[in-house]
Ligand binder design. Structure first.
Ligand code: ATP
Ligand code: MG
Length: 246
């Protein structure tokens, strides 16, 4: 369902996720309602296991929630099929995974080129691609395969791959988690520039309060819920209006 006038890039409404492993149910996320305006830069913080990656996976349409709704640009993706969610992700979202998810048989360059081909909107020419690789300090590593790269180098390739198509929304799961302080600063500056200059909406998970201070708002999570939800929901439409429109 399309809502072209949505001022929010992302909205969730009573979002929940319960994993099932065999007979055991793991409630990882409960009752998460918040909104992210177009062009906002949000940091998500909270202890290990509190549901941050689960939340980001749901926002990126990587899996279906067990409860509630997610609107991306006004479109409810919570009930869409895998392929419909994938289509939305490819057209709007750049995803930086906590565990990089690079294809092991492709070189660094191959991984980035594949992303460019899949998304296929090729805003960036070869110069633009080269500029991103230079900024991330990757130019001498482009012919290496993931197994031949350090964790920090793989992380930077994963970042290049996610931003190469200039997606409207960037979802980043601990993008500086494996980086030294100099490379962390470069990556954070790059995200800040994408947000400032291109108006890209960013949701970034981090354990690092310095990294979080880059963001315009911090959402804190604990035990599968967000703290102070009223503050984060006050920025979105009223609960009733949101419920009626979906
Ligand atoms: N595929 C899965 N199947 C079953 N349980 C899962 C699955 N993925 C995550 N969980 C559980 O859900 C909870 C939240 O996990 P999640 O990965 O979202 O945490 P996190 O906040 O990202 O943690 P970290 O900071 O360590 O990355 C944890 O209890 C975890 O064990
Ligand atoms: Mg995580």
């Amino acid at each position: 369902m399309e809502n072209a006038s949505s001022s929010n890039a992302i909205e969730t409404f009573e979002l929940g996720m319960t994993y099932k492993s065999g007979k055991v149910e793991v409630p990882a996320l409960q009752n998460v309602t918040f909104a992210v305006k177009h062009g906002e830069f949000i940091a998500v913080m909270g202890p290990s296991g509190c549901g941050k990656s689960t939340l980001l996976h749901l926002l990126g349409g990587l899996m279906q929630p067990t409860h509630g709704k997610i609107l991306i640009d006004g479109t409810d993706i919570s009930k869409l099929s895998d392929s419909e969610r994938t289509a939305i992700r490819r057209s709007k979202i750049g995803y930086i995974f906590q565990r990089f998810n690079l294809l092991p048989t492709l070189t660094a360059k191959g991984n980035i080129e594949l992303a460019k081909k899949i998304h296929g909107n090729g805003h960036l020419n070869e110069n633009g691609v080269g500029r991103i690789l230079r900024m991330l300090g990757l130019t001498d590593k482009i012919h290496f395969r993931p197994a031949e790269l350090s964790g920090g180098e793989q992380q930077r390739i994963a970042i290049a791959r996610a931003i190469i198509n200039q997606p409207a929304i960037i979802l980043a799961d601990e993008p500086t988690g494996s980086l030294d302080s100099r490379n962390s600063q470069t990556v954070l500056q790059m995200l800040r520039d994408l947000n400032d200059k291109l108006g890209q909406t960013i949701v970034m998970i981090t354990h690092d309060s310095d990294a979080a201070s880059t963001a315009s708002r911090v959402i804190e999570m604990k035990d599968g819920q967000i703290l102070n939800p009223a503050i984060h929901f006050a920025l979105s439409r009223s609960l009733k209006e949101a419920a009626n429109s979906i």
